[in-house]
Design a protein around this ligand. Structure first.
Ligand code: KG4
Ligand code: ZN
Length: 339
């Protein structure tokens, strides 16, 4: 089979989603994800429970991905997996599975960087969507990361700025927790914000030099505003839920967009892409789309490729495969991983 149509099995298990996908060339044939709902009641991902659930889910998820793709085991020519960064106990499950799979099938193993994969999801073949050309800037916003990345090729990327404390997704989730929402609360803030007034409440803005981000001051500001208001009115949250969500969302999005504007000005690169779970946020998508008026070219991934998924791992693996960058059986999962 020609290199261009290489069939790759992608596996993602860095946090609380167990996912498997089949890629043929740059086209996704299947992308199956089992989301672990067990963490909701704990207010965050419990690492021990996550790795146990990955172990239960991984085989059925891979089997379903193969079945939905309409291929057989012997059609798979390489296996790509998330090596890191992420929760070690979770990563180990996907890594061990991929190593065993590659050994048993005698096929190449491709070790993928989770955050680079979020960015490379933009290159999944989808006829409706135009792809960014190099160089472009990518705002990578997830539960664990917030970065502005200069992407010069499928393999060459550099971080221009990053958060010095909480990630944007974490800011959403922590604010949501203050409002009494279950984990992860980011999507719920987005949902209720649609019905609220984003200018009702204002919170303090970070003053961080360069292209780095900070969200801890905002978190404290939200916490104190709610606490003070509750002293006056114990039903403050219930009575102002939608306006609080809209105002919190506006604050987080404006911090992100302001740094992106700075990055565009600094680099002269006006192609801007979004990646990571928070790119599912409707306000962020709307504001970024609005920047097309300022001559930006904007690229927003399809909803299903925003949050953690194995399709992005498979496409990132394809670029490693094409460059001959194979992992050996000595490869191990890494909770922290150099860029
Ligand atoms: O990339 P991702 O799926 O997992 C990580 O690698 O962290 O990102 C998950 C994060 C969570 O913090 C979640 O609350 C946030 O993305 N998120 C959202 C939305 N959808 C997911 N945050 C705000 N609005 C959304 N619609
Ligand atoms: Zn992610």
């Amino acid at each position: 089979m020609a290199v261009n149509n290489t069939i790759i099995l992608g596996i993602e298990s860095s946090c609380d989603d167990t996912s498997a996908a089949i890629l043929a060339g740059t086209k996704i044939l299947s992308n199956v994800t089992a989301t672990q709902l067990i963490h909701e009641k704990y207010g965050g991902v419990v690492p021990e429970l996550a790795s146990r659930a990955h172990q239960e889910n991984i085989l059925p998820v891979v089997e379903r991905a193969i079945e939905e793709a309409g291929i057989t085991l012997k059609d798979i020519q390489a296996v790509a997996f998330t090596q890191g960064p992420g929760l070690l106990g979770s990563l180990v499950i996907g890594t061990s599975f991929a190593k065993a799979f590659a050994l048993a099938r005698n096929i190449p193993l491709l070790a993928v960087h989770h955050m680079k994969a979020h960015i490379l999801a933009h290159f999944i073949n989808d006829t409706e969507k135009e792809k960014p050309t190099f160089p472009f800037l990518c705002l990578t916003v997830s539960g664990g990361h917030t970065q502005i990345v200069l992407v010069e090729s499928h393999l060459k990327m550099s971080i221009l700025g990053k958060t010095i404390d909480d990630a944007a997704g974490e800011a959403f989730d922590k604010a949501a927790k203050m409002l009494g929402f279950y984990y992860p609360g980011g999507p719920l803030i987005d949902k209720f914000a649609q019905l609220g007034n984003p200018d009702k409440f204002t919170f303090s803005k970070p003053r961080i030099q360069g292209l780095d981000f900070s969200f801890s001051g905002l978190k404290t500001s939200i916490l104190y505003s709610i606490r003070d208001a509750q002293k006056e009115n114990p039903n403050f949250i219930e009575e102002n839920r939608n306006d609080l969500c809209a105002s919190i969302q506006k604050s987080i999005v404006s911090i992100l967009i302001q740094k992106l504007e700075q990055a565009v000005q600094q680099t002269g690169v006006n192609q801007v892409a979004l990646a990571g779970g928070v790119s599912a946020n409707s306000e962020l998508r709307k504001v970024l789309n609005g920047k097309k008026m300022d001559d930006w070219k904007v690229f927003i991934p399809k909803f299903e490729y925003c949050t953690d998924n194995a399709a992005m791992i498979a496409i990132a693996g394809k670029f490693l495969f094409d460059s001959g960058d194979f992992a050996t059986q000595a490869v191990s999962a890494k909770a922290r991983m150099d860029w």
